[in-house]
Design a binder for this molecule. Structure first.
Ligand code: GDG
Length: 513
């Protein structure tokens, strides 16, 4: 591997976040961080992201110190409170998050949010420009940062820049409600590669290009599509994210988790556990799931005292009022159900509103009879995959929303449900609780082999290979048939920049898995 061929990772959050009001850090939470952390290898030169707090000299110093002990350096982006309000809370989580999850009625299309988003994306691009060398590969993550490649191209950077979107991409009827739809699409086409979780998302992206932009041409190129719209051009493909299967399986087999899982089962003697684990979010379908569980208790009263639901909710985006309202709704539903059906020695729903340790999480995965993963819409959903990876006993049933990206891969063994149809969810949970052992094993084995073969390292390798391919293809395509992907940057210049570009092979920690 040549030293100059390095990887710059860019995400909204660094893997650690400042604890408010104190100069301290804690690990960041969420699926994106869970997925990226195990991938760090020798080629990772720098991780650019927000530190989760405005600039403060003590914080910057602490972060610097901490960064020097890590395998790759960290370039913090410090956002002011006003920038955070418009970029993060306003546009990213008040517009793009609901819109891309198919909920346009929740969007607040404020021009000031859009302006804040564009300005913050410029700030991220500034930070990348400062750490970036001419032939570094830049890998941008998720919907907060869709304008970063455009910012870098306008500064004249011609590095390969790839984008992976962890959340869904909506259909044209939904996407076109965005007042800045064309700006967003054109900015996405400044990346060399635009990657999605599922084929459905990629199809939606192409359909949105066709609907909103003129002169759109699409050409299949191996595993990807080459899409062009006027002066803009990029590759696009589907790369379903995975989990570190071997690590989950190894940890699940260890003595700490085995005894932790037994301890949980002992606390629920003679009852089956139905498990839900989610970040607090309206896309995760938590109230609908609780209603389905109540319908199960109504339809099958003999299950009362014989089944427990354990719902773990990890606090998230607490400064957004809607999230607090959601928490209130969940807690009201739980107390109503518990108030109605509890009897001495048995409470139907056990509820945790906090993050638990990774060991406890895996112990719960192992102790559960049924994992109830029912988002209304989800890019992938790692909980579904982690549950299966942890089931070294090949037991446990996964009830999975057909609207989670994971459904595309796990239909081989999961019981798929429409999370809005709470009566059917209740019936399917009932089926799951009474499934015979051999069917349970066959289904779980089949999901585990899929998850093992398509783990997070497979995802990483495929995505990097596709970026390399997209750069090479661009070199081979005759200039006349391929308009410059970047206004103001000639093909000659791009070709010169990519000439002889070789992507570093994944480090030993990756290859070995
Ligand atoms: C986004 C997309 C996509 C949860 N509770 C605890 C805990 N977790 C971990 C899980 C899992 C992660 O958080 C949640 O990941 P998800 O995939 O379910 O959801 P998002 O955060 O919404 O992630 C999603 C993902 O990005 C990756 O591309 O799958 O669709 O929305 O890893 O294990 N971890 C610990 N304690 C908890 O209490 N330690």
């Amino acid at each position: 591997m040549k030293a100059e061929h390095r990887l710059i990772v860019v995400s909204n959050r660094l893997p650690i976040t400042a604890v408010e009001t104190t100069p301290q850090f804690q690990p960041s939470s969420g699926g994106l961080i869970s997925a990226l952390v195990p991938l760090r290898d020798d080629s990772w030169a720098c991780w650019v992201g927000s530190a989760g707090a405005p600039y403060e000299p003590k914080l910057a110093e602490l972060l610097d110190e901490w960064s020097s002990t890590q395998p790759c350096s960290f370039a913090p982006v410090f956002l002011t409170a006003a920038e955070r309000a418009s970029f993060y809370l306003g546009f990213s989580n008040g517009v793009i998050w609901p819109l891309f999850h198919g909920l346009p009625s929740r969007c607040q299309f404020e021009t000031t949010y859009w302006e804040g988003y564009c300005n913050a994306n410029k700030k991220f691009a500034d930070a990348v420009e400062q750490v970036c060398r001419p032939d570094d590969f830049i890998w941008v993550h998720d919907y907060h940062l869709m304008m970063v490649a455009q910012g870098l191209r306008s500064r004249g950077l011609s590095n390969p820049i790839a984008y992976f979107q962890h959340i869904p991409f909506p259909s044209p009827d939904i996407f076109e409600t965005l007042p800045w739809r064309n700006e967003v699409l054109r900015a996405l086409l400044c990346f060399n590669l635009v990657g999605f979780q599922t084929v459905r998302d990629r199809c939606n992206f192409v359909a949105c290009l066709r609907r909103c932009l003129s002169q759109v041409r699409v050409r299949p190129m191996g595993e990807t599509l080459l899409v062009r719209a006027g002066e803009h051009c990029a590759h696009t493909g589907a790369y379903p994210i995975g989990v570190d299967y071997e690590e989950f399986a190894r940890d699940a087999a260890g003595p700490t988790i085995s005894s932790g899982s037994r301890a949980i089962q002992n606390q629920f003697p003679d009852t089956q556990i139905v498990l839900g684990i989610d970040r607090l979010d309206y896309t995760k379908g938590i109230p609908e799931r609780l209603i389905a569980f109540e319908k199960l208790l109504i339809a099958r009263p003999e299950l009362r005292g014989r089944v427990n639901m354990v719902q773990i909710v990890v606090p998230s985006r607490e400064e957004i009022p809607e999230y607090n309202q959601l928490r209130l709704r969940i807690e009201t539903l739980i107390s109503k159900i518990n108030g109605q059906y509890s009897k001495p020695g048995w409470v139907p729903i056990h509820y945790f509103y906090r993050a638990i340790s990774r060991n406890e999480l895996i112990a719960f995965y192992r102790a559960a009879h049924v994992a109830l993963v029912t988002p209304l819409k989800d890019g992938m959903n790692l909980v579904a995959k982690e549950f299966c990876a942890s089931r070294i006993d090949n037991r446990g049933v996964l009830v999975l929303s057909e609207f989670a990206g994971a459904a595309e891969e796990l239909r081989c063994g999961a019981l798929l449900v429409n999370p809005h149809d709470t009566e059917t969810v209740a019936r399917v949970v009932d089926l799951a609780l009474s499934m015979d052992e051999s069917e349970e094993c066959t289904r779980m084995k089949s999901m585990r082999s899929q998850i093992r073969a398509h783990d997070v390292f497979h995802w990483y390798r495929s995505f990097r290979a596709a970026t390399e391919e997209s750069v090479l293809t661009m070199e081979e395509t005759p200039i006349r048939s391929l308009p410059s992907p970047v206004p103001g940057v000639s093909h000659v210049r791009l070709r010169r920049a990519f000439a002889g570009f070789q992507f570093p092979a994944p480090g030993p920690g990756v290859e070995g898995r």
